[in-house]
Structure formats: structure tokens, C-alpha cells
Design a protein around this ligand. Sequence first.
Ligand SMILES: NC(=O)c1ccc[n+]([C@@H]2O[C@H](COP(=O)([O-])OP(=O)(O)OC[C@H]3O[C@@H](n4cnc5c(N)ncnc54)[C@H](O)[C@@H]3O)[C@@H](O)[C@H]2O)c1
Length: 360
Amino acid sequence: MTADNARKLKVALFGVGRLGSIRARILLASPRIDLVAVCDPKPGADAWVAGNMPARIRFFADPEDCLLHSGAEAVLISTATATHAPLVLRALDLDLHVMVEKPIAVDIETTRTVVEAARKKPHLKLLVPFCRRFDESYRHVKRMVDAGELGEVHAVETSCLDQQDPSGFFVAFSAQSGGIFVDMGIHDIDIARFYLQPTIGCPNPRKQVNRVFAVGQTAVYGALNEFQDADNGFAIVEFANGKILTFHIGRTLTNGFESATRVFGTKGSAIVNGNSTIDRVEVRDVHGVRTATTPDAFVLYDKSFLNDVAEFAECVLDDKALSLDADDAYEAAKIAAALQYSFRKRVPVLFNEEGLPVME
Ligand SMILES: NC(=O)c1ccc[n+]([C@@H]2O[C@H](COP(=O)([O-])OP(=O)(O)OC[C@H]3O[C@@H](n4cnc5c(N)ncnc54)[C@H](O)[C@@H]3O)[C@@H](O)[C@H]2O)c1
């Protein structure tokens, strides 16, 4: 190891909730990262840090205090979505590199403000780590697509289906998540953009989408109607280059978490996670053939949450380009917001020549 790549990136983690607590352990184990601080204002977060992290890691209850005094040169923001934008803007202001969980914000305008702020600081990295892009199987299919092995790729069909949660979590979560298309569908949109390359063969690069349409249901959680949200959503996105994404997202499976992607080309198609199993074991007994499904995205995409952190550290420390930029997150956010609107208003949404969805 050279002296240079022995250097570690000093990172402060914001948020130790469902994902942040996993991130904390990943950051601790990352060879090129020095986790220096953890910040979360919720009661009990200090005790969680004291009980789960080495004593050298500083705890902050106040985000501004942490941003100013942790000594970090980069932040990983794993907080509730509504808090992302102010934290990212302040971190950029203080010249800190930023990795922030998806989505940047629940609306297009705030997302644009953040992406433009990052553009004004080209010496800083801003990574929004859509987890499927960091999964080895998805990367394998990407290499096949790029090598032309599937022929002309023309459509992507995906699903992302959470396990039912009787605790009421999804209803409480809906109040601040922006709705199922914004919170969950953004993954399906991003992975479709990864394969369908909407800027290629597109007459006006600003306008990457022609139109979108979405419908939804509340099959299990009727209380979601109060937030104009759905527990199952179905969407069609027609890109300006003629390529098409269809997807089904939901929060009502009983067997576990499933997340499948099929990429259709003129010579063949490829499926990732056709059966989102926890391992390769099949039980064959009086009930037939059974496999165990992954319980959640954190298990199915466990390696992604290591790979994205590793890429972030490498790109900051070695000043390399990230594999996706903030504009990818902005383009996906526009489509997600348009789908949420389409579902709520029961209308198709067209995109204008500026590349913005036309929403009254
Ligand atoms: N596959 C994925 O990419 C994936 C999966 C799950 C969650 N996420 C995203 O990760 C984010 C966190 O999700 P979660 O399920 O862990 O949420 P969560 O509600 O379980 O945890 C959020 C934590 O952030 C803390 N927090 C809130 N404001 C803060 C602030 N200003 N500074 C520091 N901490 C603050 C809260 O106290 C809480 O502990 C969300 O934006 C979500 O969309 C992404």
C-alpha cells in the first residue's frame, strides 16, 4: 500500500435509524474510511453510539455542531428524507464532500437547488448511491448491455415489493416520504435510466422523457389514503428515445422482500433477482419446492451498501469521477415526482421541452 492510499477519509455519519445504524458498522469496517463522528438528535442515539461504536467516535446531538466541529472532511447523510437538503447544502457550504441517501428531496425544486449547489463546487463529490447500481449482478447486466450482448435494449420491467409491516410503519413513514413513487419508485426509475441511457438517441438532451402514467391501490393500508399514497403502485415511463420502463412497487408482500429487474433487448433479455432468495437453498417436501425470500432491501442489497461507501472514499481520496453524478438523481427525481402526481390526479403527465413535467 502506498502512503497515499493508506490515507483514510474522515467521515461524520448523520442518522442512525434503520439504514444509518447499518451504515455506521460499514463505515467502521471500511478500509479507506475513518469514522470520526456520529450525529442523531433523537433521544437514545447517544446510548446507541456508546453501546455500539468505539469510544473514540464522537457523538453529536446537534447537526450544526457536528458539521462545524467533528473534524470530518466528508459526511454520510442517512437521515429522514425531509432533512437531506438542508444538511447537504450546509455541508457543501462548509466545503465537505457529501454522500446522501436517496432521494435528495421529495420535490423537484429542492432537488434542483441541491444539484446546482453541488455543481458550483466541482472540487467536492456528491454521491446519491442508488443501491442497484452498486450490486454486482446489476453491474454484470450493464456490461452485457454495453457489449451489445442483448442486442438493442428497448425496455426495462422492474418490481420492488416490501414485506408487509403490521406495525403501521409504512403509514407513519408516508407522511414525510413524499409517497411511494418518490420514495421507492425512484430506484426503479434510476435503474431503468442506467440501462436505457435516455440521453442517447434523444433529439433534445434536456427532454429525456415524453410522458408518464401511474395508478395505485391501498390493498392493505387504507390509512394511506389520508396521505394520497398507495401501498401498490404501477407505472409506465416513455423516454424521449422511445425506450420504455414499466414497474410495480408495493409494500404488501407476505413472503419477504422482492426486487426484480428484467432488461429486454432484440437478441435476448436478462433478469436480476427473478427470485429474491436469501441463498441458493431449495427445500422440496410435501408442500412442493420452497426458497426463503430476503426479508428486506438491506439484506438483498447488502453488498451494495459496502460498494457505494468504498467508491465514495476512493473517488474523494484519489480524486476520481463517481460512477453517477448528481444530475442522475435530479432526472430520476423529476420522473418520480411526475408519477406521484399522475397517481394522485389520475392523469398522464407530459414533459416539456425544458425537460420538466407539466403539473398544474
Ligand atoms: N435502498 C436504499 O437506498 C435505502 C433504503 C432505506 C432507506 N433509504 C433512505 O435512507 C434515509 C434514512 O432512512 P431510514 O429508513 O434509515 O430512516 P429512519 O427514520 O429509520 O432513520 C432516520 C434517522 O435520522 C435521524 N435524523 C433526523 N434528522 C436528523 C438530522 N438533522 N441530523 C442527524 N440525524 C437526523 C432520525 O433521528 C433517525 O434516527 C431515507 O432518506 C431513506 O429514503 C435508502
